[in-house]
Design a protein around this ligand. Structure first.
Ligand SMILES: [Zn+2]
Length: 268
């Protein structure tokens, strides 16, 4: 397995755990990252609560959301959300589907979610709203059929987040760090919007402000800084994965791997 793949599997586990630690995910929800060496594949955990995901739980799937190598492990039912978004959006390299409490009032009422503070610009100019019932009638609300995943991806269109009626939300990012940033700050925005609307009329960011502030929040200075911060909080909570955390987590992981190889080499 290549170092990049080892690092990406670890990042999938870290992103799951960060988003659980920050209240976006609970026993449900899942994060995926596009395969670093093959855009026709993505990496997703077997069916586990996100806070428990280890790099070893992360498997490769093709864009039909089928396993590349068979396993007996149980898999998430809603994998097509990931596969169909990667198929429709070549610019997307990371996806999270969640049912965060902050988002649910918006998912239930259809109230428009709009950026109400600078970091909320990560939402983008428009947050589309998808109702599974429109196309598929009565379902159990899980997105399990390829055509359901395709319909969701169509509604997401070129945007960053799609709200799912009476269910949750799906968020996309160009990188796993941008995804985690967007997932967390979109929930903050939802909380602030909800609270502010209880006080009075809100004035969302203008389209120009959304564009400018949105660019700022996807800069590495913002995404690396927040990733490091959230990893530190994960570490403090005692829920970090075994590998050394930090922005250089991948590099450190590689060093550990190569040191082990050297030691093994010397022994031989
Ligand atoms: Zn769901």
């Amino acid at each position: 397995m290549s170092d990049r793949l080892i690092d990406t599997r670890a990042d999938v586990a870290r992103a799951n755990r960060i988003l659980a630690n920050e209240g976006v995910l609970d026993a449900f929800g899942h994060v995926s990252v596009r395969h670093p060496g093959d855009p026709g594949r993505y990496l997703l955990s077997r069916s586990r609560a996100p806070e428990l995901v280890e790099p070893e739980d992360v498997f490769e799937f093709d864009l039909n959301s089928e396993l590349v190598k068979p396993t007996n492990s149980r898999l998430y039912a809603e994998r097509v959300i990931h596969g169909e978004i990667y198929r429709a959006r070549p610019d997307v390299n990371a996806v999270v589907h969640h049912h965060a409490p902050a988002m649910m009032p918006f998912c239930i009422t259809g109230t428009s979610l709009v950026p109400v503070f600078h970091l909320g610009a990560a939402l983008g100019a428009k947050v589309p709203f998808w109702d599974q019932k429109d196309e598929f009638g009565d379902t159990n609300l899980l997105v399990v059929k390829p055509e359901e995943g395709r319909s969701l991806a169509r509604t997401l269109g070129p945007h960053n987040i799609v709200l799912m009626n009476r269910h949750g939300a799906t968020v996309v990012g160009a990188s796993v760090q941008e995804l985690v940033f967007r997932a967390i700050y979109s929930c903050r925005n939802a909380e602030f919007q909800f609270q502010a609307q209880a006080l009075g009329a809100i004035k969302p960011l203008s389209p120009g402000e959304i564009e400018r502030a949105g660019k700022l929040s996807s800069l590495p200075t913002a995404t690396h800084r927040t990733w490091e911060y959230w990893l530190m909080r994960l570490e403090k909570s005692g829920r970090a994965i075994g590998r050394a955390p930090g922005i250089a987590g991948g590099r450190r992981a590689r060093l550990v791997t190569s040191k082990k190889k050297k030691v093994r080499g010397r022994k031989r």
